[in-house]
Design a protein. Sequence first.
Length: 115
Amino acid sequence: MNGVHDMGGMHGFGPVVPERNEPVFHAEWERRAFALTLAIGAWGRWNLDMSRFAREQMPPADYLGSGYYEKWLFGLEKLLVEHGFVTREEIERRVADLRAERRAQTQPEPAREAE
């Protein structure tokens, strides 16, 4: 194999600088993505090798620009679609809904006129 995921020993990427006291998960969504991957994998519809292969199908530029659990989420979505659990459109619709909810939560409240 010779893909973007096979980076061991490649030059030009600089040293790996470990984060001091790095948490396993930097955000709650990472914990959920990991848990969902393990839970759904327990159904036995795919194995560990298939899960890893799905993550390795991420386009190279996306792979290099993604965090560890973003790759896991990509692989999970790919397997869920391939095995008919959800459609790509269902995933995209849910992502759009979540983004809209986040925007609504971060919008400042309109100024109230004096009564």
